[in-house]
Design a protein around this ligand. Structure first.
Ligand SMILES: Nc1ncnc2c1ncn2[C@@H]1O[C@H](COP(=O)(O)OP(=O)(O)O)[C@@H](O)[C@H]1O
Ligand SMILES: [Mg+2]
Length: 394
């Protein structure tokens, strides 16, 4: 079949031809956006789920909805080694300049710039590499204490007031939230707390691996009141069928029903895998309809492709000891795994597992779905580990 017309789009953040099964969450986002710009309180949203389930795609879609609802938006991706303030500051700067161009009287935009300048001044002390050209005197004493939990809320207030004055609102979207430091997360929580108290039009929408279980004490109870944590999971069978069949039909071709069932069985409904199987099956088929036989013939090839990219990029960042640890987990099935079982498999004491466990959490390889438990962040990673490493060393 014509490869140029292949509708599927496997790849990180690539918009799928059919955004299947996400109507509810998009509706929730619309309600949030609609309420906050009208100064009605609503919980912000942190989308959480495994890799490849479609969080980034959703975040991009929500940004589009926000723009359509007259929001000014900022979308950033958190990194292991980059500070949140440095990530946000340049975007807040452009946002304030954009607001300045919107008609409206008042001096809140000016003040926003002054507060941002004092914020940057205090950040720069510790980092020292960005020049901003905010042609304004800093508002000394605001957002420049150097303590992010104090400064970020004050900065958000100034920015949100500027947006409010221009009859707009602000949506801050942050991908890969699991890479934020504890202090950064709690600063964001404090900031959103302030937004809610003052009914200011600023929403936060995040996406990343599940973080709630890892959050401590007070932060956690705050977070539960201010955010909802919708779980972005695999698609159901019928949603997977539409993810595959709808785009193919739109191109004037078709999957046989058995073929769809086979792909669902292989992928368990995980969106990234659906795209990959759909894409390769299309390319392997000589003509429509795409049959069960074609899908079966494609499977080994798809697996080897997944092994050499989706799984491999993560695997290659691991040390031999980390690989062995993960291989021991994989030995126990598909997870989640109790820490004590992994310790037993490795012949180690539970208490000695701690450092390796947090190392792997920091690398985004595993997360803790509940106290005392671990799980892989990549779906079907256990099968990959068993395929790639025959045995582990106890
Ligand atoms: N609802 C969906 N239906 C079909 N395919 C999807 C859906 N959501 C995401 N995808 C596909 O899954 C892949 C991974 O999406 P991505 O947003 O990068 O996942 P994540 O950010 O959770 O790792 C992409 O190829 C994308 O096209
Ligand atoms: Mg992503």
């Amino acid at each position: 079949m014509d490869r140029i017309k292949n509708p599927f789009s496997p790849g990180a953040g690539s918009p799928p031809p059919e955004l299947a099964g996400r109507d509810e969450i998009l509706e929730q986002a619309k309600v949030l956006l609609g309420r906050v710009i009208r100064k009605r309180p609503e919980k912000s949203i942190l989308l959480t789920g495994l890799r490849g389930v479609g969080k980034t795609v959703l975040l991009n879609e929500i940004e589009r909805l926000a723009r359509k609802a007259d929001y000014h938006t900022i979308l950033v991706e958190a990194h292991e080694n980059k500070e949140l303030s440095l990530l946000l500051a340049p975007h807040l700067r452009s946002l304030l300049f954009d607001l300045d161009r919107v008609a409206g009287a008042g001096d809140k935009v000016r003040r926003g710039k002054a507060v941002l300048k004092s914020f940057i001044g205090s950040v720069r002390v510790s980092v020292g590499d960005i020049e901003f050209g905010l042609d304004i005197e800093p508002e000394l004493g605001t957002a420049d204490s150097g303590d992010l939990e104090i400064d970020l809320p004050n900065l958000f207030v100034a920015v949100a007031e500027a947006a409010e004055e221009r009859r707009s609102a602000v949506a801050i979207l942050i991908d890969e939230i699991q890479y934020l430091k504890k202090s950064e997360l709690s600063a964001l929580i404090m900031a959103m707390h302030k937004m809610q108290q003052r009914q200011l039009p600023l929403v936060l929408i995040g996406a990343g691996l599940p973080i709630l279980p890892g959050m401590a004490g007070e932060s956690k109870s705050y977070a539960e009141r201010l955010f909802s944590f919708p779980d972005i999971g695999p698609l159901t069978e019928s949603q997977s069928f539409s993810a595959l069949q709808d785009p193919v039909k739109a191109s004037g071709e078709e999957f046989e029903n058995d073929a769809l069932k086979e792909i669902f069985n292989m992928t368990k409904g995980y969106p990234y895998f659906l795209q990959e199987w759909g894409y390769q099956s299309w390319n392997h088929a000589a003509a429509s309809p795409i049959s069960l036989l074609i899908v079966k013939d494609t499977t080994d090839f798809v697996k080897s492709r997944l092994d050499s990219n989706f799984f491999r990029v993560r695997f290659d960042r691991l040390t031999p000891l980390e690989k062995n640890f993960l291989r021991a987990m994989a030995q126990l099935g598909s997870g989640p795994y109790r820490s004590s079982d992994v310790a037993d498999a490795l012949g180690k004491k539970m208490s000695s597992l701690g450092p390796m466990r947090s190392q792997l959490i920091n690398k985004g390889m595993i997360y803790s779905p509940a106290h005392g438990e671990m799980a892989f962040t990549v779906p079907l990673f256990d099968e990959f580990m068993r395929r790639s490493i025959p045995e582990f060393q106890p």
